[in-house]
Design a protein around this ligand. Structure first.
Ligand SMILES: [Zn+2]
Ligand SMILES: [Zn+2]
Length: 319
């Protein structure tokens, strides 16, 4: 029973945060001619890759916290004046918070790298901060399990917000400590304020990356999935209800593990349009990243996507 409660809170941690802050006023911005041209190009590419994704069939999340969330089309996303990491605010900042083992340090660095490729933005590492920046009033020991935890909202508003760099599209902290969001909660994997463009994600529950290469890959995959999913929310992309994709809402780790790291044809259009990225180059880099770091299933999917997007090479005709 306790385990069931625990799992439900994981999903709530991921989903409630988004719905709380999603309705933020956006500055008015006119779409340019290039934006429309880019959108048409992305739509053509999306048609070519959709066969690699399974249609969204719902699950625990749609029966639970995601029941009332509405589907958003690509067109309505583009019309909604989403937060786009363009102009002066185009850098993703990552702040390591707390002490990390060798394996965890590597996971943090690779996650920062992945975020740069996923959102086609420069990523800068902020100077690491020790856990001593968190005062005792924002710490606790879990009353049942005894895990030491820090208050996620303190990190958002007292650690990140005052240090927000001027050119930051988003400022995120990755911490080795367990997080809890306040009274009545057991823990959360992460929390973000979409309006303030800050987020904190914990790798505490992502396994021990120093144990074995398999555990390292598992920790890396969980960390990059959560970080890219939540950063997608910061750039105004809601939960996906079109295909099984990284932007789908999850009510448990099992549910999120079943989804690929890749964005479906619809979420791909939203993110690539918001970031004005070069889609083919993005896919090539993501494929290379997954291949290099042993994320085999995702490397395979990116390879299939690339094959569908690249022009067919016909063998020379025999005479
Ligand atoms: Zn979410
Ligand atoms: Zn999607």
């Amino acid at each position: 029973m306790q385990q069931a409660n625990k799992l439900a809170l994981i999903g709530l941690g991921l989903c409630v945060v988004f719905t709380t802050f999603a309705i933020a006023p956006r500055p008015k911005k006119r779409k340019t001619h290039n934006d429309r041209k880019h959108a048409r190009k992305l739509a053509r590419m999306a048609k070519k890759i959709r066969r690699h994704f399974r249609r969204f069939r719902g699950g625990d999340w749609t029966r639970g916290p995601g029941r009332s969330e509405r589907y958003q089309s690509v067109r309505s996303y583009m019309r909604s004046r989403p937060t786009r990491p363009l102009g002066r605010r185009r850098v993703i900042y990552v702040l390591p918070l707390g002490r990390f083992t060798q394996g965890q340090t590597k996971v943090v660095k690779l996650t920062a790298k992945l975020l740069g490729l996923y959102f086609s933005r420069p990523v800068k590492m902020h100077k690491p901060l020790p856990l001593s920046v968190i005062p005792s009033r924002a710490r606790r020991k879990h009353p049942t399990w005894g895990d030491k935890q820090i208050l996620s909202r303190y990190v958002l508003y007292k650690v990140l917000k005052p240090r927000m760099p001027r050119d930051a599209a988003a400022f995120i902290a990755l911490t080795s400590s367990d997080l809890w969001p306040g009274r009545g909660w057991n823990f959360v994997f992460g929390e973000a304020d979409l309006n303030q463009r800050v987020g904190v994600w914990s790798i505490y529950r992502n396994g021990n990356p120093d144990k074995s290469p398999k555990d390292f890959r598992s920790c890396l995959l969980h960390t990059v999935k959560v970080a890219s999913h939540e950063l997608g929310h910061i750039f105004s992309v809601p939960h996906c209800k079109a295909y099984e994709c990284n932007m789908c809402g999850s009510n448990s780790r099992t549910e999120s593990d079943a989804r690929p790291l890749a964005l479906c044809p619809q979420c791909f259009q939203k993110i690539c349009w918001a970031t004005q990225c070069q889609p083919l180059l993005r896919y090539k880099k993501l494929h290379q990243f997954c291949k290099t770091h042993g994320l085999q299933a995702d490397a395979k999917l990116y390879k299939k996507i690339l094959r569908s997007l690249q022009p067919h090479k016909h063998p020379p005709k025999r005479r």
